[in-house]
Design a protein around this ligand. Structure first.
Ligand code: FAD
Length: 339
């Protein structure tokens, strides 16, 4: 999206959508003295990391009070903010961009409601909106502006199917139709639509919105419900945050995982999870995604049969530990948790 801000058409103010934008931005990095990224979502922070790694002073401005506010919970973004600061990134939370100042047609500074930041390159990463205005009046859209489809991804027009950022999918934790703008979702919808167009009857399954990020030496992965979406759940949501070593003591191998699980406080159905580590914990979020889509409870996950080999993990895999911690499993009333 290009917000209607004074000076928005100055040179070197870039959107960041596909390979053409990437090439233009990379060219502008040559000789760049300072860059400003507008938007601390996952696109903005990934671009900011590239500037920081190139040794170019970079500022990220966001209206929200923390980075990745809609993607990750505060326990994780606190770590990200400290790591990004350590790598020279200047994050300006709770500021609104008001104007761009230029010289000879090129951007020179970004003016917010609180300060002015010098910039010879600006990246707009304040949101992505589907390019579907031309469909208005052709296909039925819902009150939020998304194209309406049935479970076979058929639209209101015969033989016309829809998927991607301009549509919604059934969300496994809430069973509601939600928009999740991810390539993973669009691809699954593409296959379902194509199979149906070819005459097979394939229903769109419920999805969890699983995503991964690797930033400033940390891996962050997330699935299902989180702080930003917990209010959408009709029942009572509970959560538990745990930090655990990944390997047995005797391996003398560094490695920790921070994790959080969301679940229904009454029936313990798993609703969401986030993991963070310097190690590769992407398989863990795959496990949690499948657990959510399968309707698993904490009790199912606590004793799930997961491998053990000291170079990979402990006899209790961290997902077992996370579920046990949420259940507060203890031995005979002892203070110490079972694991
Ligand atoms: C910088 C960036 C990084 C991302 N990284 C990830 C990631 O790591 N993982 C992930 O899961 N998701 C990622 N995403 C999100 C992902 O790219 C989108 O969710 C996904 O591409 C949406 O698919 P789509 O088919 O709806 O739209 P698009 O992929 O944008 O495709 C729509 C296509 O339709 C064309 N089009 C538009 N209007 C017309 C018309 N009138 N006639 C003909 N053609 C038209 C467009 O030119 C475009 O090629 C990223 C997005 C961005 C911007």
């Amino acid at each position: 999206m290009k917000p209607p801000i004074e000076g928005i058409d100055l040179e070197n103010i870039n959107t960041f959508r596909g390979p053409e934008d990437t090439a233009a931005v990379k060219e502008q990095m040559e000789g760049c003295q300072s860059a400003v990224i507008i938007g601390g979502g996952y696109i903005g922070i990934e671009v900011a990391e590239a500037y920081a790694q190139a040794g170019i002073p970079v500022t990220v401005i966001d209206m929200q009070d923390r980075l990745l506010a809609t993607s990750l919970d505060k326990e994780f973004t606190d770590v990200l903010e400290a790591a990004s600061k350590h790598h020279g990134l200047d994050f300006r939370p709770a500021e609104t961009v008001k104007a761009f100042e230029g010289e000879d047609g090129k951007v020179k500074a970004v003016v917010t409601d609180q300060a002015t930041y010098p910039a010879d390159t600006v990246i707009l990463a304040a949101g992505v909106k589907a390019d579907d205005q031309w469909l208005r009046g052709t296909l039925e859209m819902d009150e939020r502006g998304f194209i309406v489809t049935n479970e076979y991804l058929e639209t209101s027009a015969p033989d016309v199917y829809a998927g991607g950022d301009s549509t919604c999918v059934p969300f496994a934790p809430t069973h509601e139709q939600v928009n999740i703008s991810l390539a993973t979702i669009a691809r699954r919808q593409g296959i379902v639509a194509a199979l149906n167009a070819m005459g097979q009857k394939v229903k769109m399954p419920e999805l969890t919105g699983t995503s991964a990020l690797s930033l400033f030496g940390y891996n962050f992965v997330s699935t299902g419900l989180k702080a930003a979406s917990a209010a959408q759940y009709q029942g009572q949501v509970a959560s538990r945050y745990v930090e655990e070593p990944l390997y047995p003591d005797f391996m003398r191998k560094e490695g920790k995982v921070a994790m959080k699980i969301y679940y229904d406080a009454d029936d313990h159905r798993i609703l969401g999870g986030q993991l963070m580590s310097k190690e590769d914990i992407t398989d863990g979020i795959t496990g949690l995604s499948i657990a959510i889509a399968s309707g698993w409870t904490l009790e199912d996950l606590a004793l799930a049969d997961i491998h053990f080999m000291p170079r990979f993990d402990r006899p209790w895999h961290y997902l077992n530990v996370l579920a046990m911690a949420a259940l507060d499993y203890k031995i005979g009333g002892a203070d110490k948790l079972l694991f």
